[in-house]
Design a protein around this ligand. Structure first.
Ligand SMILES: [Zn+2]
Length: 537
C-alpha cells in the first residue's frame, strides 16, 4: 500500500489550543521526539507572526533531523503588493527550512466580507506566492483554508483557488476543514469531486503525476480523526494533525489515533513498528511539556485505553485478550491494566496479584476471601482502582508479606489563623524504624503539607534518597454527604519520582486522619520500591 505522509503541527496549530504553550527550547525538544518516531514533516511555527517562533527556527538551524523535514508556516502575500516585498514571505525564506506551508483563502465569504478583498486579487495572491517560494527552491505545501466551507458556498471559486496553487507549482494541496463542521461523507464526496476536477483541468503535481492532496481537520464535530481517515481512503497522501489533538477550540486531528489506525488497521505504512511503540511516550512527553494532565480515556495512548474493570471482562481477557481489546496495547507502547473495584471478580484480584508478584493462598487468604474483604472496604469508601499503591500494600498485608519500613508512634498538627492573614500549619511526627525513634517538626502551607514535610524530615535519617519523591496531586471527596459532619472523606494522593507515578488512598471521618493514611501509604510504597531495588528484588 502507498505510504501516507504524516505532517505534525503541534508546534504551530497545537499551540493555538487553550493552555498549550511551549518555549522555543521546548519546541526543539518536541521536534526531536517527533523526528524520532518518524514524522515526515514538522511544522515549527509562524516566523512572521512572533519572535518566539523566529527564535525556534534560529535554534532549529543547528539541529540535524534524521528523518523529518522542518516546515515554516505563513500566509500568501498581502493584497496589493508583490511577494518580493512581503515581510511574511521573506520571513519564511529566512527560516531556511526545506519546506514551507502557506495558507490562502478558498471561501469567497472570507475574501470579500472578512478581508475586504476581490476574488481575482485573492487568486493572484495564491498563485504569485506559491511561484515565489518555488522559485526560491522550497517545497511548497499549500493550505486551502476553509476549503470545505468555501466549496459548499461557491464550488467554482473554491476549485479555482486550488487550481491556482497547482498551476503555480505547489507540491501539496492541503484541503482544510478549518471550522471543523464537515462530516465524513461530505469529505468523501468533495474530495472525489476535487480529484475529478483537477484531472479534467490537466493539473499535475510537479513530478508529473496526479496532484498530491493533503487533509487538515479540526475536531469541532468530534470528527477530526474520522474525516482524516476518510480523506486518506479517498486519496489524500498527506495527513495533518497534532499530538494529543491539541489545537484551537476543540483541537486538531489527533495523530496519536491517526498513526495507529493507518499502520495497524489500514495497512498504510507511515511509521515503523519500532517507532509506533514510542507513541504513548511521545503523547506523554508532549502533555508533560505543555504541563497538561493527559486524558485517561484518549484512544490508543490513554492510561485507561486498555484498562479492564468488569469481572467478566477480566476473566475473559485472561484467557483471550482479544475478547475485550481491539488490538495489542504494546504495539503503541501502552499496557493492559486490570482495575480493582466493587465490580471486581476473583479474576481481577488474581491478575493483579500476579502483576504485583504477590502469591495468594499461603495463609488462607485466597482470591475469594480477598475479593470479599475488598468489597467490605469499598463499602466503607475505599476505591482501589484509583489507588494502586495502597492496593499493593493491602495485598501484602493480606498475604503476610507487608514489611513496614517505618512505624508511626504519634503525630500532632496545629493550624493557626490570625485575623485575615493566611492560615499557618505545623506538624510534629514521631516514627520508629527498626526500634530507633525519630521525632521531627516542620511547617507547611496546610496541615497535609506540614505532615508531609515532618515525615520526610524524620525519614531522612534512615532513607536519604527521598528527595526525588514529591506529591503531585491531592484530592478530597466527601463520601456520604447525608450524614452531615459524621460524613466520611476519601483522600487520594498522587506521588511521583523520576520513574513513576503512584496513587494512595485514605478514608476516615477525619480529613487529617484520611490524609495521613494516604501519605503514609505513599511513603511505604516508595520505600518498598527502593528497598526492593537495593536488595535486587
Ligand atoms: Zn488548523
Amino acid at each position: 500500500m502507498e505510504p501516507v505522509l504524516l505532517y505534525d503541527t503541534t508546534l504551530r496549530d497545537g499551540t493555538q489550543g487553550e493552555n498549550v504553550n511551549f518555549s522555543a527550547d521546548e519546541k526543539v525538544k518536541i521536534a526531536l521526539r517527533l523526528d524520532d518516531i518518524g514524522i515526515h514533516y514538522i511544522e515549527g511555527g509562524w516566523p512572521g507572526s512572533n519572535p518566539k517562533d523566529q527564535q525556534f527556527f534560529d535554534l532549529a538551524k543547528r539541529v540535524d533531523f534524521k528523518h523529518a523535514k522542518l516546515v515554516a508556516f505563513g500566509s500568501t502575500r498581502k493584497p496589493g503588493t508583490t511577494p518580493e516585498k512581503d515581510e511574511n514571505l521573506k520571513a519564511l525564506l529566512t527560516s531556511e527550512t526545506p519546506a514551507v506551508a502557506i495558507f490562502g483563502k478558498s471561501w469567497d465569504l472570507h475574501v470579500e466580507e472578512v478581508m475586504d478583498n476581490t476574488l481575482p486579487e485573492n487568486l493572484a495572491m495564491i498563485g504569485e506566492s506559491v511561484k515565489f517560494l518555488k522559485w526560491n527552491g522550497r517545497e511548497v505545501i499549500y493550505d486551502a483554508e476553509h476549503f470545505f466551507d468555501g466549496y459548499k458556498n461557491n464550488r467554482e471559486y473554491a476549485l479555482q483557488t486550488i487550481a491556482a496553487a497547482c498551476e503555480s507549482g505547489a507540491d501539496f494541496i492541503v484541503l482544510c476543514d478549518t471550522n471543523g463542521g464537515t462530516l465524513p461523507h461530505e469529505i468523501e464526496s468533495i474530495i472525489s469531486d476535487v480529484q475529478k476536477h483537477l484531472e479534467e483541468k490537466g493539473c499535475k503535481s510537479p513530478e508529473g503525476g496526479a496532484v498530491k492532496l493533503g487533509i487538515h481537520t479540526h475536531n469541532d464535530s468530534g470528527m477530526a480523526v474520522a474525516n482524516s481517515i476518510t480523506a486518506v481512503r479517498t486519496g489524500a497522501v498527506m495527513v495533518h494533525g497534532t499530538i494529543n489533538g491539541y489545537g484551537e477550540r476543540c483541537g486538531n486531528a489527533d495523530l496519536t489515533s491517526i498513526i495507529p489506525i493507518l499502520c495497524l488497521k489500514m495497512d498504510r505504512p507511515c511509521v515503523t513498528p519500532d517507532n509506533l511503540n514510542q507513541l504513548k511516550f511521545v503523547s506523554r512527553y508532549v502533555s508533560e511539556t505543555a504541563n497538561l494532565v493527559p486524558y485517561n480515556n484518549r484512544p490508543f495512548v490513554g492510561r485507561s485505553a486498555f484498562a479492564h474493570k468488569g469481572g467478566i471482562h477480566v476473566s475473559a481477557i485472561m484467557k483471550v485478550p482479544r475478547a475485550y481489546e481491539h488490538m495489542d496495547p504494546e504495539l503503541v507502547g501502552n499496557e493492559r491494566r486490570v482495575l480493582v473495584s466493587d465490580l471486581s471478580g476473583k479474576s481481577n484480584v488474581v491478575y493483579k496479584a500476579k502483576e504485583l508478584g504477590v502469591e495468594l493462598g499461603n495463609n488462607g487468604y485466597d482470591s475469594k476471601k480477598i475479593v470479599s474483604e475488598i468489597k467490605n472496604l469499598e463499602q466503607e469508601g475505599y476505591q482501589f482502582d484509583a489507588a494502586e499503591g495502597s492496593f499493593k500494600i493491602l495485598m501484602e498485608k493480606f498475604t503476610d508479606r507487608f514489611k513496614p519500613l517505618f512505624e508511626l508512634e504519634s503525630f500532632r498538627v496545629t493550624i493557626e489563623k490570625d485575623r485575615d492573614k493566611p492560615c499557618t500549619a505545623s506538624a510534629t511526627v514521631k516514627i520508629s524504624v527498626e526500634g530507633k525513634e525519630e521525632i521531627t517538626a516542620a511547617e507547611g502551607y496546610g496541615p497535609v503539607s506540614a505532615l508531609d514535610n515532618a515525615l520526610r524530615k524524620a525519614l531522612d535519617r534512615f532513607y536519604p534518597d527521598l528527595d526525588t519523591m514529591r506529591l503531585v496531586d491531592f484530592k478530597v471527596r466527601v463520601i456520604d454527604g447525608t450524614r452531615g459532619t459524621a460524613a466520611k472523606v476519601r483522600v487520594l494522593i498522587e506521588s511521583r519520582d523520576q520513574e513513576r507515578i503512584w496513587s494512595t488512598i485514605g478514608v476516615s471521618e477525619d480529613i487529617i486522619e484520611a490524609s495521613w493514611q494516604a501519605l503514609a501509604d505513599s511513603f511505604q510504597f516508595k520505600l518498598a520500591k527502593e528497598e526492593g531495588a537495593r536488595i535486587g528484588n
